[in-house]
Design a binder for this molecule. Structure first.
Ligand SMILES: Cc1ncc(C[n+]2csc(CCOP(=O)(O)OP(=O)(O)O)c2C)c(N)n1
Ligand code: SF4
Length: 288
């Protein structure tokens, strides 16, 4: 059985020392081993951004795709081979700016993949511009007088879009983050996990200390019921979206790929296409 070591490769991350994304990488590796996966059973698809590099740092199938397009690729992969466990990952710019259309529709489609957003409330790779998660008044090179837009609450959007799994965690809480990713991997449907993952180089406001002061851990609310959607929405709003833990889970809705006619018995990659070698070569030649 694979252990944490098996999900490590020899590529050295080029993230800045202290970047929150290191913990997300470690949590994915731990969670994958803890749920009993082998590296060849896992695919990590990422977008573009500092966070997008994560797919190159995990020993599994990996694809570092196009900015904002991790989810279309990940969903296609899962539909073609639902025997694979698929993780999509990227930044808050990737998922909530350019990729927001995909995020909402992937959530409501409920394909069985886990989507992890490394939310540093800024664009890191492009050296510090305001993101949809940046707070009003946030000053960056793109908003030198302070942002006049309100920050998006991805948790509210996810619930409103019909999410069947919504979680949020913080890079400093590796235990919570790992167990949340484990639950996401086990969830039979789309699991959305937003992770506060500080950018130590460009975001001097939303620092580790700032998050530590502001996060509200659901472990301190013993009466909280994650199967209650209205309670989840209320709690998210009451805490200004700073809630961490398993916020909402609906185990009753079947995942998309289990509802597609003709897909139930075996994944597409294992189906006999009934195509002769000659016909196959003809088809390929059309694309040359
Ligand atoms: C189509 C396209 N538009 C814009 C860019 C430039 N770009 C690269 S990464 C990025 C945003 C990075 O921020 P985020 O997604 O939050 O990831 P982070 O670097 O903070 O992890 C942008 C705008 C691009 N690569 N491709
Ligand atoms: S610029 Fe920010 S997000 Fe990018 S690697 Fe450095 S600390 Fe991480």
């Amino acid at each position: 059985m694979a252990t944490l070591k098996d999900f490590r490769n020899n590529v050295k991350p080029n993230w800045c020392p202290g970047c929150g994304d290191f913990s997300v990488q470690a949590a994915i590796q731990r969670a994958a081993a803890n749920v009993g996966l082998e590296p060849e059973q896992l695919a990590v698809v990422s977008g573009i951004g500092c966070s997008g590099r994560i797919s190159g740092y995990i020993n599994a199938y990996g694809l570092h795709g196009v900015h904002g397009r991790a989810l279309p690729i990940a969903q296609g992969l899962k539909m073609a081979n639902r025997d694979l466990t698929v993780i999509a990952a990227g930044g808050d710019g990737d998922g909530f700016a350019i990729g927001m259309g995909h995020t909402v529709h992937a959530i409501r489609r409920n394909i069985n993949i886990t989507y992890i957003v490394m939310d540093n409330q800024i664009y890191g790779l492009t050296k510090g511009q305001t993101s949809p998660r940046s707070a009003e008044g946030f000053k960056t090179k793109s908003t030198p007088s302070g942002s006049i837009e309100s920050a998006l609450s991805p948790l509210e959007v996810a619930l409103a879009a019909g999410a069947t799994f919504v979680g949020q965690s913080f890079s400093s809480n590796l235990k919570q983050l790992t167990s949340l990713i484990e639950e996401g991997l086990k969830h039979e449907g789309f699991s959305f996990i937003n992770v506060f993952s500080p950018c130590v180089t460009f975001n001097k406001v939303n620092t580790y200390e700032w998050f530590k002061e502001h996060v509200v851990d659901l472990a301190d609310s013993p009466d909280y019921d994650p199967s209650n959607r209205i309670m989840a929405m209320t709690k998210i709003m009451e805490t200004n979206s700073m809630l961490t833990g398993l916020i909402y889970q609906d185990k009753s809705k079947p995942s998309y790929e289990n509802m597609v006619a003709g897909f139930k018995k075996e994944p597409l990659v294992h189906q006999d296409l009934k195509l002769s070698e000659e016909d196959f070569n003809k088809l390929v030649a059309e694309f040359k």
